[in-house]
Design a protein around this ligand. Sequence first.
Ligand SMILES: CC(C)(COP(=O)(O)OP(=O)(O)OC[C@H]1O[C@@H](n2cnc3c(N)ncnc32)[C@H](O)[C@@H]1OP(=O)(O)O)[C@@H](O)C(=O)NCCC(=O)NCCS
Length: 175
Amino acid sequence: MIRLAKLSEAGQVCNIVNSRNVSRDSGESGLVEYPERPVGWYKRALNGNINFYVAEEEDNVLGFCSAYTDQMLRNKMFTGDEIIKDILKNIGGPFLYIDQVALLKSEEGKGFGKILLETVILNSDLSKLVGACAHSPKRNEWSVGQFGRLGFILEREITVYDGLTFGIYCLNRFN
Ligand SMILES: CC(C)(COP(=O)(O)OP(=O)(O)OC[C@H]1O[C@@H](n2cnc3c(N)ncnc32)[C@H](O)[C@@H]1OP(=O)(O)O)[C@@H](O)C(=O)NCCC(=O)NCCS
């Protein structure tokens, strides 16, 4: 079932992130050097967030998609995230920032990633959506492909975290 995440699921979400983090020179695909954050950080990220969805089965979180409004990104919990700092400086709000989509390795290839991303997008009434995809030295082909399929346009490329380049993609809906 795809549904809004519960606060009590912060630990499972955190474990999924940690299990899917990859270094820039690894051969595996995944979250490229995503900042490591404690469970408490995910509790704050989930608390009252109507844009954070999970794929769940019998109380086990199989995967999730997290997104934050620009208003939420101004919270100090995001200070230090170089991508978010750049987006807040260069993209005018209001917008929804799609941060992560990640699944347990065992759940890949069943369509959960695509459904989670679409659920977050379809349930938001904000007209502007923003996402960042790893471009180089490691390109996240899945996110680039999904954002392209959904009509997102590459707005700019930024280099952060000591040499990681990300594409900033935007979709303006309802106009
Ligand atoms: C990326 C991820 C969420 C994909 O989830 P998934 O449920 O396996 O993907 P889906 O089944 O929804 O795939 C949707 C489409 O993408 C394609 N696809 C799947 N993995 C892909 C990959 N690594 N590269 C390119 N395309 C891929 C599928 O073939 C499918 O194509 P189709 O619609 O033409 O049939 C999952 O592999 C994952 O958790 N990876 C680690 C974290 C990560 O990289 N997240 C993305 C950055 S935030």
